[in-house]
Design a protein around this ligand. Structure first.
Ligand SMILES: [Zn+2]
Ligand SMILES: [Zn+2]
Length: 337
């Protein structure tokens, strides 16, 4: 978001054989949403790459407004240096006087806003166009200018990702004054049985000058993706299947989900205390756990279970919803009509 432009997170470990042997997968630190000066970011794409490489990221998606950046010129050695660029665009549309922004992740051709007669049609037309281009759609910052909420988003198909935390200025991640926060909106969608994964992204624009909460700086939040290798295809496959978690500071060692339990291993910081809240339908709290290995035993009647880990520092992380009633193949495969 930002300036004149109008403008989903954690992970499934399903005890699949491919992931059970140590060393066959890794966590990769990434960001699916940031800008350079091809639109309203304040530095050249090369400086964007430099910032994220210097801060231990493994991948980023540069998503300038309605502008595709040629990443082949920025990333000529692939993953040899432990860092890749995935091509992207922030498709920046508007409807009913509100911004309608979606990221096209791993897109290889230009894509213009599709518009529509209302917000729902505008969202869906852009999602369909992103899919037709072979890319993955991500709904961006619904609470920026209070653009749309669960009522509109529950009508959408073919979209796996929703930004639940966008820490750029004015994205209203947290509810206040009678307005719902993004996790509440997300729970409202999940409670309709819709599988939608929550993403945290910094939506960086401001790489120079002072870093503060009234600006849109890089590094404020990100995702950790579990994949077998650092390639665009491998990362995108993990995003499509929810094999990642969203992080505003807390690192996790592991997430293990079976038909019996949902268990997390926290990577602790000395002297910090943690509360993990397991959350179900309509945002209901299923269990609170203060340990470093929080676990929830499934009763079998939950529509979905997800977790939020909160630290005494104020940092937190969110893991992805698990729907016990859905077959594992359904959960992991890209959705299609
Ligand atoms: Zn935006
Ligand atoms: Zn943006």
């Amino acid at each position: 978001m930002k300036k004149g432009y109008l403008i989903l997170f954690a992970c499934f470990y399903l005890s699949l054989p491919a992931f059970t042997s140590a060393g066959e997968w890794r966590w990769f630190k990434g960001n699916t949403h940031c800008h350079a000066n091809r639109s309203d970011g304040d530095v050249h794409p090369l400086q964007v790459v430099q910032w994220y490489q210097e801060h231990d990221y493994h991948f980023i998606v540069i998503t300038d407004h309605n502008t595709l950046t040629d990443v082949s010129l920025l990333d000529q050695n692939g993953s040899a240096d432990g860092f890749i660029l995935i091509p992207g665009i922030e498709v920046s549309d508007a409807s009913e006087g509100k911004p309608v922004h979606l990221n096209a992740i791993n897109i290889h051709s230009d894509l213009k806003p599709q518009t529509g007669k209302d917000k729902v049609e505008t969202l869906q037309n852009n999602i369909d166009a992103i899919r037709a281009a072979g890319a993955v759609p991500q709904i961006n910052h619904p609470n920026w200018l209070w653009a749309f909420d669960h009522i509109e988003m529950s009508q959408l198909t073919q979209v796996p990702l929703l930004e639940i935390y966008n820490m750029s200025f004015n994205c209203n991640n947290f509810g206040a004054g009678g307005k719902p926060g993004m996790e509440e909106i997300w729970d409202n969608i999940l409670s309709k049985g819709i599988v939608l994964y929550g993403v945290a992204a910094d939506d960086a624009h401001d790489y120079t000058g002072e870093f503060n909460s009234r600006r849109s700086n890089p590094g404020t939040c990100w995702i950790m993706v579990r994949a077998e290798e650092l390639t665009p295809d491998s990362i995108v496959r993990a995003l499509e299947t929810g094999d990642f978690y969203s992080i505003v500071g807390i690192l996790l060692k592991d997430i293990r989900i079976t038909n019996e339990s949902y268990t997390i291993s926290i990577d602790p910081v000395s002297q910090m205390h943690y509360t993990t809240t397991f959350i179900g339908e309509n945002g209901r709290i299923l269990k609170e756990d203060y340990s470093l290995e929080p676990s929830y035993t499934l009763k079998g009647d939950e529509l979905y279970v997800r977790a939020r880990i909160f630290a005494s520092s104020g940092e937190f992380a969110c893991t992805q919803p698990y729907f016990p009633e859905k077959k594992s193949d359904d959960r992991r495969a890209p959705r299609s009509d």
